[in-house]
Design a protein around this ligand. Structure first.
Ligand code: COA
Length: 311
C-alpha cells in the first residue's frame, strides 16, 4: 500500500506591491496602525486567479517531475474565481495542458486545507497524482474606500503536487468545520465588495482555529508538543498569537508571511508552507500543523508528517 504525500510545491505573487504608506494616501490610515493591529506591512495586488495558479501549478509540477498527462485531478481552492463560470480550474487545466478532471472548491480561507484533506481521501483510493492549488485575488473585491477591510487583503497562489508514493501515511489527523450561523459576519455578494464585522470575526477566528487544531492534533494521536511547526492562515498576527497561546505552542514554531502578503485567503497557507520549506524550517519526519479559518465561518486543520521524496 502506498500513501499520498507532497512531492512538489511552488508559489506565485503578482508583481504590483501596495505598501501601508501607499494605503495611507488612499484612506485615513497609517503604517503604524496597520502594523500594530495586523502585522501586515505590504501586499501584492492586481493578480488573477487563473494566471497566478497556472504559474504556481506549472512550477510545482516541474519540481515533482510530473508531466501534464500524469495528473489525475486538479483541485483549485479559491473564493475569487476569475468568472462566475466556468470554474477557474478548467481554465488552469487547459493552460497547463492537463487532461484530467478539474474543479474549484470554495471554503474561503480554509480552502487549501479542505482541498488537502479532500485530495488525501482520493489518494486512499486509486488516484495517483493530484495538483492542489490555493489561489485568491482579493484585491478585485476589496472596497478601496473602506479602511476597515482594504488594509488586510492581498493576492497570491500556492500549489502542491500530491503523489501516492509514500511508505507511511502522511496525513495523520484532520478536522473540517463550518458554522453557517455566522455567514453574515464576513461575506461578499455577487458583484459586490468584502463586508466584514472585524471584531466578531477576530473573536470567532481564535476559537475556530483553536478548536480545529485541537481536534486534528487529537485525531493524529499526538500532542501540541509534538508539532514541529504551525502553518496558520495568515489573516492577522494577533489572531495567530492568541490561538497559539491557547494551544500552548510558542510563536517561534510558526510560519508567518503575512507581513509582505496580507491575507491571501486560500493561498495563505501554501505561501507560508513554502516559505518555511525554503528557509529550512521543516525537516523530513516533522509534524506540520496547518490550520485555517474564514468566511462561513469555516475552519480546517491538518496534521501532516513531512515526507518529501529523497533529493
Ligand atoms: N486605520 C486606522 N484606523 C482604523 C482602521 C485603519 N485601517 N480601521 C479601523 N480603524 C479604527 C476604527 O474606526 C476604530 O476607531 P474608533 O475607535 O474611533 O471607532 C479603531 O480603529 C479601532 O477599530 P477596531 O475595529 O476596534 O480595531 P481592531 O483592533 O478590532 O482591529 C481589525 C481591526 C479589522 C484589524 C481586527 O478586528 C481584525 O483583524 N479582525 C479580523 C479580520 C480578519 O481576519 N478577517 C479575515 C478572516 S479570514
Amino acid at each position: 500500500m502506498s500513501y499520498g504525500r507532497i512531492t512538489g510545491w511552488a508559489t506565485n505573487l503578482p508583481e504590483r506591491v501596495l505598501t501601508n504608506d501607499d494605503l495611507a494616501e488612499m484612506v485615513d490610515t497609517s503604517d503604524e496602525w496597520i502594523t500594530a493591529r495586523s502585522g501586515i506591512k505590504s501586499r501584492h495586488i492586481d493578480g488573477t486567479v487563473t494566471e497566478m495558479s497556472a504559474i504556481a501549478g506549472r512550477a510545482a509540477m516541474a519540481m515533482a517531475g510530473v508531466d501534464a498527462d500524469q495528473v489525475d485531478l486538479l483541485l483549485l481552492a479559491t473564493t475569487t474565481a476569475d468568472q462566475q463560470f466556468p470554474a477557474s480550474a478548467s481554465v488552469v487545466q487547459h493552460e497547463l495542458g492537463l487532461t484530467c478532471g478539474a474543479v474549484d472548491m470554495n471554503a474561503a480561507c480554509s480552502g487549501f486545507v479542505y482541498g488537502l484533506v479532500t485530495a488525501m481521501q482520493f489518494m486512499n483510493g486509486s488516484v495517483d497524482r493530484i495538483l492542489l492549488i490555493g489561489a485568491d485575488a482579493l484585491s478585485g473585491i476589496v472596497d478601496w474606500t473602506d479602511r476597515g477591510t482594504c488594509v488586510l487583503f492581498g493576492d497570491g497562489a500556492g500549489a502542491v503536487v500530491l503523489e501516492r508514493t509514500g511508505d507511511e501515511p502522511s496525513l495523520l489527523g484532520w478536522d473540517l468545520m463550518s458554522d453557517g450561523s455566522a455567514a453574515d459576519i464576513l461575506y461578499c455578494d455577487h458583484g459586490g465588495t468584502i463586508v466584514m464585522h472585524g471584531k466578531e470575526v477576530f473573536r470567532r477566528a481564535v476559537m475556530a482555529m483553536t478548536d480545529s487544531a485541537t481536534n486534528a492534533i487529537a485525531r493524529a494521536g499526538v500532542t501540541a508538543d509534538d508539532i514541529s511547526i504551525v502553518v496558520p492562515h495568515q489573516a492577522n498576527v494577533r489572531i495567530i498569537e492568541a490561538s497559539l497561546k491557547r494551544l500552548g505552542i510558542p510563536m517561534e514554531r510558526t510560519a508567518i508571511v503575512l507581513g509582505h502578503t496580507g491575507n491571501t485567503s486560500a493561498a495563505s497557507i501554501p505561501l507560508a508552507l513554502v516559505d518555511a520549506i525554503d528557509n529550512d524550517r521543516i525537516a523530513p519526519g516533522d509534524l506540520v500543523l496547518m490550520v485555517g479559518f474564514g468566511a462561513g465561518m469555516s475552519s480546517a486543520a491538518a496534521v501532516l508528517r513531512w515526507d518529501p521524496p529523497a533529493s
